[in-house]
Each structure stands twice: as structure tokens, then as C-alpha cells.
Design a protein. Structure first.
Length: 350
């Protein structure tokens, strides 16, 4: 709209606006695609995570096929780097005649290892063991839970059943005998000292099925007449330790053991209402005209290799009486009684 004024008249004119020509070509910049935003960490695609139980499931599958526990070197993993990612290859035992299996590229070694284990589990050579990779974790987990539930269910058994089950477990958990220790105790009691290789020795022979052991005991070294060499051979065992135990058990099971290796008779403690220690104190009380103290009767104890105690006694007021040595006893109390009894005999003889 435009307005024109003159001296006497006012003229108004209406003008139409200028519209663009629709037939003219449009600017192509109007239709250009906007630049795509940079992908953020939240919008980045998530990497596929292998099953965390694939490595353990593979070991279980290998152990089931081999019929034994998996040892070091049965299942070996090797890694290589490709385009900044790790690729793992798993090698199974030769007995299975399967593999090697190669996994997908992963950012971490742990993921590459699990991917290789999944590839091995997906092999159809396992037969009914895994039943395909997708079902393997589900089947294994349900089996483990079933065993766990069965173990927990034992707590809800009847008292009689629970007692029988505990009794069976206690029988299995009893400590095994130690034939070598029993033989050493017997020989130490005979020799009354620590054993040496001259007293008892073990000789081993390696064979196709294991080790065989022969134990030799020298009667002369132990002070036993007529001084022969006693030998016994055990059964073949898988290790030297078991073979040594077999040989010692064979010698202990000998019917003439008491004849070849007789145990010395232990002196018996004097059985009376007045033990030897009390009688000795009464004798000293008459001599001293007072109650004896610890300085008047000095006892010392020694323990030998076989676990016996030997007591020695000194009486300072009797200088002519040398140190009295008692016989070996299984306890300090008995050893003290034996030393006091020996001192009384020496006093009576003097």
C-alpha cells in the first residue's frame, strides 16, 4: 500500500506483493544433508560379551571325555593381535582329536579366551555332551544347581539317616597308620638312642609298574644277638613313600618279630602305699632333723629319642653318693620314682 498526497486530495493505492517465481530452479544448498553428530560412548554399539562360564564348561567337558581331572597342559590358549584386538586359539588334548579352535577378535584377552572356549564348545564333535553351544551353559548350570540342592537337602534327613551318614564319613576320615613311624619307635626303644642309617636302611628299585622297597635292620648295631641282618620287602607302589610304608608294614607283620626285634622289659614302678620319693624324703628328714627342701634333693630329667624320660638325682649332703640315674620311664612322675628307688638302694648298700 502506498499513500500519495497533493495539496487538495489524498490518493491511496493498493499494491500486490512480489512473490517468487516457483518455476525458477531452487538452491541445492537448501536440500543438503546435515552433518551427522559424532557417536558418543553411550550411543556406540555394545560389543558382544562371551559367556563367562565358557572356560570352565570347556574344562568340564574335557575332563568328562578324558575320564580324569584336567591337568596343566591339557587345555592351552595362545593369543595373537590383529587390528588392535586379541584373537585366542585353544588347543585340546590329542586324545580328543578335536581342534584347534579360534575365537572372535576381542578387546581384552579374557574376552578372547572365552570366545575361543565358546568356539570349542560349539563343535559338533562333543556329541551329547554339550548339545550345541547355546544350550551348554543352561544345561551345565541347572546340573550344578541340582547337585547343590541335593547336598543341601541332606541336612533335612531323618536323625537315623543322618547319623548313619555321619558314621560312614567318620570311618573314611580316620587317619591312616604309619608303619615307618611304628618301626622307628620299636627300634628306638630297643637301641635306647636316636636311630642311624646303620641301624635301619631302605633300598628302592624302580620297575615298569612303580617302585619296590626293601627294609634292612642290623641286629648287631642295635645290640641284639646273634647280630643278623633282618630284611623285608614290600609290594610295588606308585611312589617311593608308599613303597617305604609297604616295606615297613611287611616287617612289622612278620610272625617272628618278637624273636628278631624283642622289646626290652620296662622296669615297673614300686607299688606301695609309700612311694620311693616319700621314703627317700623320710630318710633325709631323719638325717637332717628337718623337712628336706628342693636343694636337698635335686632331680633332673632327660628325654630320649623314643620319648622315654630318664631322671637323675643328686643329694648334696651325701658327697660319697654319686649322681644316681634311674631307669627310663614313659612319664616324668615314674622316672622320678625310679630315680628315688635307685637312690634308696644305693643308701642301703652303703
Amino acid at each position: 500500500m502506498s499513500v500519495t498526497r497533493s495539496s487538495n486530495k489524498c490518493q491511496v493505492e493498493f499494491l500486490e506483493p512480489e512473490l517468487p517465481d516457483i518455476r525458477a530452479p531452487l538452491d541445492p544448498r537448501l536440500f543438503a544433508a546435515a552433518p551427522a553428530p559424532a557417536p558418543s560412548a553411550a550411543s556406540a554399539p555394545l560389543a558382544r560379551e562371551p559367556s563367562p562360564e565358557a572356560v570352565g564348561l570347556l574344562q568340564c567337558a574335557v575332563a568328562k571325555q578324558l575320564g580324569r581331572s584336567v591337568k596343566k597342559g591339557d587345555v592351552e590358549y595362545s593369543f595373537e593381535v590383529a587390528a588392535g584386538q586379541f584373537v585366542a586359539t585353544v588347543v585340546l588334548p590329542e586324545e580328543l582329536q578335536m581342534g584347534p579352535f579360534k575365537g572372535d577378535p576381542e578387546v581384552k584377552k579374557a574376552g578372547a579366551k572365552k570366545s575361543a572356549a565358546e568356539a570349542a564348545l560349539a563343535d559338533p564333535g562333543w556329541g551329547n555332551l554339550t548339545k550345541g553351544a547355546p544350550d551348554a551353559p543352561v544345561v551345565a548350570i541347572s546340573e550344578a544347581r541340582r547337585k547343590c540342592n541335593k547336598a543341601q537337602g541332606d541336612a533335612f534327613q531323618k536323625p537315623a539317616q543322618r547319623k548313619a551318614r555321619e558314621a560312614a564319613r567318620n570311618v573314611k576320615m580316620e587317619p591312616t597308620e604309619n608303619p615307618v613311624g611304628k618301626l622307628n619307635e620299636r627300634l628306638s626303644a630297643i637301641a635306647r638312642r636316636t636311630l642311624t642309617q646303620q641301624d635301619v636302611s631302605y633300598n628302592f628299585t624302580a620297575g615298569q609298574y612303580g617302585f619296590a622297597c626293601t627294609v634292612s635292620v642290623d641286629q648287631a648295631a642295635l645290640g641284639i644277638d646273634p647280630g643278623h641282618l633282618i630284611q623285608a620287602a614290600g609290594d610295588v607302589a606308585a611312589s617311593k613313600k608308599e613303597a617305604k610304608s609297604q616295606a615297613a608294614a611287611a616287617l612289622l607283620a612278620c610272625p617272628n618279630l618278637e624273636e628278631y626285634l624283642p622289646l626290652p622289659e620296662r622296669p615297673k614302678t614300686e607299688k606301695s602305699e609309700r612311694p620311693s620319693v616319700v621314703l627317700l624324703q623320710q630318710v633325709l628328714q631323719k638325717l637332717l632333723r628337718r623337712v628336706p627342701t628342693e636343694d636337698d634333693l635335686i632331680y633332673t630329667f632327660q628325654e630320649d629319642a623314643c620319648g622315654s624320660f630318664v631322671a637323675s638325682l643328686q643329694i648334696p649332703i651325701m658327697p660319697k653318693l654319686a649322681t644316681v640315674l634311674g631307669a627310663p620311664a614313659p612319664s616324668r612322675h615314674e622316672a622320678k620314682q625310679l630315680a628315688a628307688w635307685a637312690a634308696l638302694q644305693r643308701i642301703l648298700e652303703s
